[in-house]
Design a protein around this ligand. Sequence first.
Ligand SMILES: *Cc1c(COP(=O)(O)O)cnc(C)c1O
Length: 412
Amino acid sequence: MHHFEYRDGALFAEEVPVTALAGQYGTPLYVYSAATLTRHFQAFDSAFDGLDHLTCYSVKANSNLSVLKLLAGLGAGMDIVSGGELYRALKAGVSPDKIVYSGVGKRPSEIREALDAGILMFNIESVAELLKINEVAGEAGKVAKVSFRINPDVDPQTHPYISTGMKKNKFGLDIENSLEAYRMCADLANIEPIGMDCHIGSQLTSIAPFMEALDKLLDFYGRLKDMGIGIKYLDLGGGLGITYDEEEPPHPTEFGQALKEKLTGVPLKVILEPGRVIAGNAGILVTEVVYTKSNPSRNFLIVDAAMNDLVRPSLYGSYHRIAEVTPKERDSLTYDVVGPICESGDFLARERALPAVNQGELLAVFSAGAYGFTMSSNYNSRPRACELLVDGDTVTVARKRETYEDLIDKEL
Ligand SMILES: *Cc1c(COP(=O)(O)O)cnc(C)c1O
């Protein structure tokens, strides 16, 4: 079942025509489907039934408070990467003992906030961070529960900017340094190692790299046991891909099945950190064609959404399906779909065959629910878009459109 579908020639978000939403709330406009978020979370989480596990939604994919509240209500834990995300997760009502904290550059103030909140664990990415967490925990009179993010040096076969588990990446610790880090914990009064962690990249379209990483982690687990170090958690990160175009990523059940085969009898609680697979296809970005223009080499659709609203095409050359909100019979042309920003890198699609739409018509940019709004900015002094959460025929303004006053609010 799809919750963004065409009915009688018009795109709907669940029970609401997208045209009506654009009419009332303006464009550019993010629209999320509550039913899709729910279905994606439940399909993912239930794929690991039979394994002792905790699904910690990766907040950075889509951190809107309404989205977080919905997922928290379904029992999701959260994977955070900053103090700001901790703040959001707590505001959304997530139980602190379901929060894991990843990231290479946690600052002392952020560490303290997470200790005070009582999170489940820190995923530590360097020895320097380990020492800092021990120090901050000492000052707070607490013991920090930690795991180390192990960089298993596997190639996730994804875009280089979102591959994180190779030697050349800044993330985690290599195997030998990880062993040394666990050893060091014995001498640190305010550290308790309770898990191991990895996250090898994003938008993975095959199970194989996950399994290769898992094998290395299980081997590592054996070495830890030999050293007399016992742990309870195995955090496998996020990274499961979605269909933007013609990718055929594995279904979570396939991933779940493969994990169960490897992990039966292994006394570890598995943590999963899905982001994109939950939120990506649960959102669209609606935009209006401001102008059309052609020159001898190109046809352009100049739309009112830009790289400040959705940076993925500019940053990664990502593909997002684009379609009319109200499709009509007409010829198609090859277009560059571009925004108003003063950068040639400002595009949503290049050399894309699209119906010859007119000025004033609406387009939907699909698969925009993850790494869409969260990566948006105010570049070119563009107020950030409105976000709506649609649930059946109920529309919630999950975030108001920014105003010009918002743009200068913090300035002298
Ligand atoms: C970004 C991130 C995730 C989520 O990745 P997805 O590809 O969106 O599933 C999970 N864990 C960590 C540590 C991350 O940085």
